[in-house]
Ligand binder design. Structure first.
Ligand code: PNS
Length: 163
């Protein structure tokens, strides 16, 4: 049985993330989305909110579940008994960071392999950061994230403006 983890900040998840999960779910017997606590990044959504938003997006995928992790990614992989870390690659600009991270993780735990999947051609320009920027500036984000995420993001932006 092949088990993979799909880690990320997912602040919030986009249709690009979801596309990767849908494709990964066809390759691995079990896929665990691992939402990083990433306190240093001061996320827009709390860890629990990011987990809940992802959970609501994968109800039709029976071999996918969502968990959270704190600390080293390789420790999370061991904790969930996964030998594979799945990551998406968009443009060349992703490569440096991903290359370093994959090698560091391999140094830390040689038994764990990072597998890269190209992001779907409809989503290669998408990032959580850009979606948040568009939302903050009042643009339409409905094509970039699932409906419930668009609603939550719009609400969060409004709440922050009112503060
Ligand atoms: O969605 P992101 O922000 O690109 O995800 C990055 C993430 C969470 C996968 C990365 O920051 C990570 O693995 N964090 C855990 C800390 C860790 O293991 N660091 C050392 C290995 S590079």
């Amino acid at each position: 049985m092949t088990k993979a983890i799909y880690p990320g900040s997912f602040d919030p998840l986009t249709l690009g993330h979801l596309n990767l999960v849908q494709r990964g779910a066809k390759i691995y017997d079990e896929l665990i989305v691992c939402v990083a606590s990433n306190p240093g990044k001061s996320p827009m959504f709390s860890l629990e909110e990011r987990l809940d938003l992802f959970d609501r997006a994968i109800t039709d995928l029976s071999n996918v579940r969502v968990e959270t992790f704190d600390g080293l990614l390789v420790d999370a992989a061991h904790q969930f008994n996964a030998r594979v870390v799945l990551r998406g690659l968009r443009a060349v600009s992703d490569f440096d960071y991903e290359f370093q991270m994959a090698h560091m993780n391999h140094q830390l735990s040689p038994g764990i392999e990072t597998m890269f999947m190209m992001t779907g051609d409809e989503h290669f320009y998408l990032s959580s950061g850009l979606v948040k920027e568009v939302a903050k500036l009042g643009g339409d984000i409905s094509r970039f994230v699932p409906k419930h995420v668009a609603e939550s993001l719009t609400k969060r932006v409004k709440e922050r403006e009112e503060r």
